[in-house]
Design a protein around this ligand. Structure first.
Ligand code: SME
Length: 164
């Protein structure tokens, strides 16, 4: 696929996401719609999930893809997901078979991107995408998903802030 085609697809998915974000903010429906839009619009996004932080764990809140994952709760610090949550930084893994942190969900997965959803200094969740293509994710995917993470951060419940 050419770079121009990839750019056009990411531009299209951003417009679709903007339209959806302008509608209701009700979680989990919003999270489910966002996962479905990403997975169905971008051919190299084969499985899309949104995890939310619950204490010391990530809990799967919504997903879209051909099959369910067994990893519905991931301790912070484990897997690529747990590493991104602990570091508060996006992680792109071009070849999951070469990364010892990787927790396998699907035999077909070859690369992964995990983007933390941050509110201030806190990680409150993350977007996790698996691809069946090697090195599927680049800086444009990162830019799109980091924009989406900041939009979602504004809409997720604020319960953690008042728990202290
Ligand atoms: N591969 C992830 C686990 C979650 S599944 O990809 C849905 C990881 O290494 O943390």
């Amino acid at each position: 696929m050419s770079q121009a085609t990839r750019d056009a697809i990411l531009q299209q998915v951003r417009q679709t996401l903007e339209a959806r974000l302008a509608l209701s903010d009700q979680i989990p429906q919003l999270a489910e719609d966002v996962c479905r839009i990403l997975e169905r619009t971008v051919p190299w996004y084969d499985w899309v999930g949104i995890y939310l932080v619950d204490g010391e764990e990530l809990v799967l809140a919504a997903w879209s893809g051909p099959a369910a994952t067994e990893h519905v709760r991931i301790p912070i610090g484990q897997g690529i997901c747990g590493a991104a949550a602990r570091e508060g930084q996006t992680i792109i893994v071009p070849d999951v078979r070469q990364d010892p942190r990787y927790l396998q969900c699907f035999l077909s997965t070859r690369s992964e991107i995990v983007v933390p959803i941050r509110r201030g200094e806190d990680v409150i969740g993350e977007i996790d995408i698996d691809s069946d293509q090697l090195a599927a994710f680049d800086e444009k995917d990162r830019a799109l998903l980091e924009w989406l993470a900041s939009e979602l951060a504004e809409r997720l419940p604020h319960h953690r802030a008042s728990a202290a």
